[in-house]
Write a protein of this length. Structure first.
Length: 224
């Protein structure tokens, strides 16, 4: 049964509650309903929001494909929702910038990059460059695509390290499949980078693979 917005007491409507109480007090359904704005003949905006959340395990899993499964969520509503989610991710990244953070374990790196890799369909290879105190000097996206030795060229990785006088490096990349176990290519690349780093005096501290809500650290697993 569709419940029209005008049938809901004004003080209980999402927009009015957001203005009166603040966005943090609204449920996920209420926030989505505000973005959806209008419902269909059969379902209200709030009911459409509920369907979206049922279709996805978490808000971070919402994407264009899952939205299109919901009758009444067209391209415009999908674009509004996805734009709002992306703004949230960017705001969070700004707040939790990895620059000038001391890296003492792989979990610190994972907590920063896990949201960046959500919905990525290709592999993204980042390097985090550290000073002698393991403080982050810079992060850099170096490669996009299926990881192999011909793509991940050590020259580009270590050239940046020299340019900014980094003492050590942490490599990070994602597995779109969600499986974080290293492939043979991952192992070969890591071994090669460690060897080159030893020759150049720039230590590769760790290589972290990020998947679905988990990570694999070469250091923590004794592979470095």
């Amino acid at each position: 049964m569709k419940i029209k917005m005008k049938e809901i007491p004004k003080a209980e409507r999402p927009v009015e509650r957001l203005i009166a109480q603040g966005a943090e007090y609204l449920s996920n359904e209420d926030l989505l309903a505000i973005l959806i704005k209008t419902g269909t003949r059969e379902l209200s905006a709030k009911q459409l929001a509920t369907l979206i959340l049922k279709e996805n395990e978490t808000i971070n899993n919402i994407n264009y494909q899952t939205l299109k499964k919901i009758k009444g969520i067209g391209d415009t509503k999908s674009a509004v929702i996805l734009a709002a989610l992306e703004l949230g991710k960017r705001a969070q990244k700004t707040i939790t910038s990895i620059n000038n953070i001391k890296i003492t374990n792989a979990e610190i790196v994972y907590n920063y990059y896990k949201d960046i890799f959500i919905d990525k369909k290709q592999e993204y290879f980042y390097c985090v460059y550290l000073d002698s105190s393991k403080m982050v000097i810079k992060e850099k996206l170096l490669f996009i695509g299926t990881l192999d030795y011909s793509l991940v060229h050590p020259r580009e990785i270590f050239k940046e390290a020299y340019n900014i006088s980094a003492s050590s490096i942490i490599c990070i990349h994602n597995h779109p499949s969600g499986n974080v176990l290293p492939s043979r290519n991952d192992q070969d690349i890591t071994t090669k980078l460690i060897q080159i780093g030893e020759l150049l005096g720039i230590k590769v501290i760790d290589h972290i693979i990020i998947g679905n809500n988990k990570y694999y650290s070469f250091l923590e697993n004794g592979d470095i």
